[in-house]
Design a binder for this molecule. Structure first.
Ligand code: ADP
Ligand code: ADP
Length: 239
């Protein structure tokens, strides 16, 4: 059965811009899905509709058998802890350390207390350290985030998402600001998270070669519409 089902989703900005038109697809638990398409195709809008950072204009989005679009603020907050977000520009709090940024994921991104390690339990801190070790950041734990390389920052972004114990990660162009070798490290981590932890991964990419290499399924979007949905093996240059 599907973990995520997107049905007839459309999104208009103002009167003229139709960013998404009748988008339909579903994603299995543990599946690794890449969403590819040119700039302006609607990829980012789609991910933002799925976690309701913005509201779809119409349609249904079912996650774990709950219609995301029908949730009130409190219910949405609870559901969002199961959906981790990863951003192109990392969205870290620069003045905080790596472990503080990681634990920040537990607070639903409220900044007020994020820098006070004392508010977290020993267990939470140990869990953060464990995740940072898995991501190869054991030497950066107490460094300020603004002293890290881009690839390291994105690994902190992944750690911050993982500390919520998500069922699914939504990654919006996670490697668009990174060089090829850091990009490979990030994609390898995302793949591991899907294969070893069974977490569903949806990732927006504009590099088709990367999408072909890592994905179980490719969803191609153009002009706000799904133009391809299938295995990377069946993709042809015409798609
Ligand atoms: P992609 O992520 O594939 O580059 P986007 O989802 O960012 O595409 O954008 C899809 C379309 O929606 C584009 O035409 C873009 O200009 C428009 N768009 C995105 N966000 C907004 C917004 N907040 N207000 C108005 N138009 C927007
Ligand atoms: P609320 O105001 O209801 O507390 P927030 O805007 O603080 O909601 O964020 C709730 C959810 O939105 C987070 O759990 C996360 O899924 C997503 N989110 C918002 N901002 C970020 C961010 N900077 N980094 C990662 N996820 C974010």
């Amino acid at each position: 059965t599907a973990l995520l089902e997107v049905a007839h989703v459309s999104k208009k900005f103002g009167n003229d811009t139709k960013a998404l038109s009748d988008v339909n697809f579903s994603v299995r638990e543990g599946e690794f899905v890449s969403i590819i398409g040119p700039s302006g195709a609607g990829k980012s809008t789609l991910l933002r509709c799925i976690n309701r950072m913005i509201d779809a204009s119409s349609g249904e989005i079912n996650f774990d058998n709950v219609n995301i679009l029908s949730l009130n603020k409190r219910e949405l907050k609870k559901t969002r802890t199961k959906i981790g977000m990863i951003f192109q520009h990392y969205n870290l709090v620069n003045r905080l350390t790596v472990i503080e940024n990681t634990l920040h994921g537990r607070l639903g991104f409220k900044t007020t207390f994020a820098g006070m390690l004392g508010i977290y339990t020993e267990e939470e801190k140990q869990q953060a350290i464990k995740i940072l070790n898995v991501l190869g950041l054991n030497e950066q734990i107490f460094k300020r985030s603004d002293q890290l390389s881009g690839g390291q920052k994105q690994r902190v972004g992944i750690a911050r998402a993982l500390i919520q114990n998500p069922r699914m990660l939504l990654c919006d162009e996670p490697i668009a600001s990174l060089d090829p070798s850091s990009s490979k490290v990030i994609m390898d981590h995302l793949k591991n998270i899907s294969v070893k932890m069974g977490i569903t991964v949806l990732v927006n990419l504009h590099q088709v070669d990367v999408a072909l290499k890592y994905s179980d399924t490719i969803i191609g979007i153009n002009g706000g519409q799904v133009v391809y949905n299938g295995s990377p093996k069946n993709i042809t240059p015409d798609d």
